[in-house]
Design a protein around this ligand. Structure first.
Ligand code: IMP
Length: 424
């Protein structure tokens, strides 16, 4: 892939944590603008700055490229507390972004009440293993039309708006004992938002003009298709549209503004939280993958569930997003395995073979994976920088992924460092 003159989206195709951050980081040097368009601080990407890894949850990748303008779109939800922690973390490393940052005035604010509702619900019988960051309840408030948006911070009725969310939280939780008063939340919000007021504005208009003036735009997806509220493994999903449609809703740009979609998947599969995962390996191989891939959540530190690459889910995600090219990450994690599986079918209880995912989680849970095995490789892929230096078994495995996903591979990651990987 050479220097792009086009606007591209980088989207996760599995259950999140595919390593989108590495690809966004690699490509963002070529882009004038990087945009987050959905999700909140449930996401987490690690960027390496001067050899040091730091985790960002809300600030887009590209923060450490001084020429990159950073936009947080209307489809996102934002925690001011976390935003300040990230600003501080960057500031300590000599990076200040306030003069190249735009926060959509239509993005919604995560209030302490939303976090309280999230955790109250997760402690009950309908827990789905959320990140506990208040994401779902903030999007619920948006849909219920009593959300608080960034543009409301200066509004005369801000306290009133906060009080409505407070009352809703009291009704749900059944007690106000553990909740801060609306006045306390109001004061804190005003204080935290104050240094950011100059960055809050009309992101849709900014992006429209940037597009029309031919400025390059990189759209950075968070979470992934199988966690999409409409197209994922509902109800074990997040509360935003992480697939392609969310990009247009979450920026206000029309589909014509996007030129290319790069879908990102690991060479295997992981997921955190509850929900269907037909290719999961609840055995020593799953454990080996977890260890080799350091599969622990960036946001919550939870061990990730690990399994073979689910090619049915991958092809489905390619179809949903119209993926032009694939980024296959963490190939090197499979280096020590004797054989490597790809799930390329699901067997139903009554013996039917499925090649597309079912719509309901209950059906998903009952499926048996049909696994095709590939030989492990005779030499490691770790650090490989060219296709020809990959062992033939790994090439065969990658070719099989392309065929099943009906999509060409554009990038292969062979280690965490920027240099470890290859564009095909
Ligand atoms: P929520 O987004 O915190 O509401 O969590 C809903 C589901 O999405 C849970 O299973 C989470 O583990 C999962 N999830 C949310 N964000 C991410 C992410 O960035 N990576 C992986 N899983 C995520």
């Amino acid at each position: 892939m050479s220097k792009p003159a086009e606007n591209i989206a980088i989207l996760g195709l599995q259950w999140g944590d595919e390593g989108k951050g590495k690809l966004v980081d690699l490509l963002s040097t070529n882009f004038r603008n990087v945009v987050r368009f959905q999700g909140g601080n449930n996401a987490g990407h690690t960027v390496v700055i001067n050899g040091e890894s730091i985790a960002l949850h809300q600030i887009p990748c590209g923060a450490h490229h001084p020429e990159c303008f950073l936009i947080i779109g209307s489809g996102t939800v934002l925690s001011f507390e976390v935003f300040h922690q990230e600003l501080e973390c960057l500031h300590k490393r000599g990076i200040d972004i306030l003069d190249r940052l735009l926060l959509s005035d239509k993005a919604h604010i995560i209030l302490p009440y939303h976090i309280a509702i999230d955790n109250w619900r997760e402690s009950g019988s309908v827990a789905i293993g959320t990140t506990g960051r208040g994401i779902g309840p903030t999007y619920e408030a948006k849909a219920a039309r009593h959300g608080v948006r960034l543009g409301d911070i200066k509004a005369a009725n801000l306290l009133e708006k906060i009080s409505i969310v407070y009352k809703e939280a009291c009704l749900k939780i059944g007690s106000s004992a553990s909740l801060p008063t609306p006045e306390t939340v109001f004061e804190k919000l005003r204080e935290l938002a104050s240094p950011l007021l100059k960055c809050i504005g009309n992101a849709q208009e900014y992006l429209y003009n940037a597009w029309k003036q031919g400025e390059s735009i990189l759209f950075e997806g968070a979470q992934a298709t199988m966690l999409d509220i409409d197209h994922g493994t509902y109800p074990f999903v997040t509360s935003s549209n992480c697939s392609i449609g969310g990009l247009f809703i979450g920026t206000g740009l029309p589909p014509k503004a996007l030129n290319k979609v790069i879908g990102v998947a690991k060479a295997y599969t992981t997921r955190v939280g509850a929900g269907p995962f037909p290719s999961e390996l609840n055995n020593s191989i799953g454990e080996q993958i977890r260890k080799a891939g350091h599969e622990f959540g960036t946001t919550t530190g939870r061990p990730r569930r690990c399994g073979w690459l689910d090619a049915i889910a991958l092809r489905y995600a390619c179809h949903v997003n119209g993926v032009d090219a694939l980024g296959i990450m963490k190939l090197d994690v499979l280096d020590d395995l004797e054989r490597i599986g790809i799930v390329n079918g699901y067997q139903t209880e009554d013996g039917k073979l499925l090649h597309t995912p079912p719509s309901s989680a209950q059906e998903w849970e009952k499926l048996e994976p049909v696994i095709e095995y590939f030989d492990g490789w005779t030499k490691p892929t770790k650090g490989a920088k060219s296709w020809s230096s990959l062992p033939t078994q790994a090439q065969k495995y990658l070719k099989a992924i392309e065929k099943i996903a009906e999509t060409p591979i554009a990038y292969i990651s062979t280690g965490p460092d920027r240099e470890e990987g290859l564009f095909t």
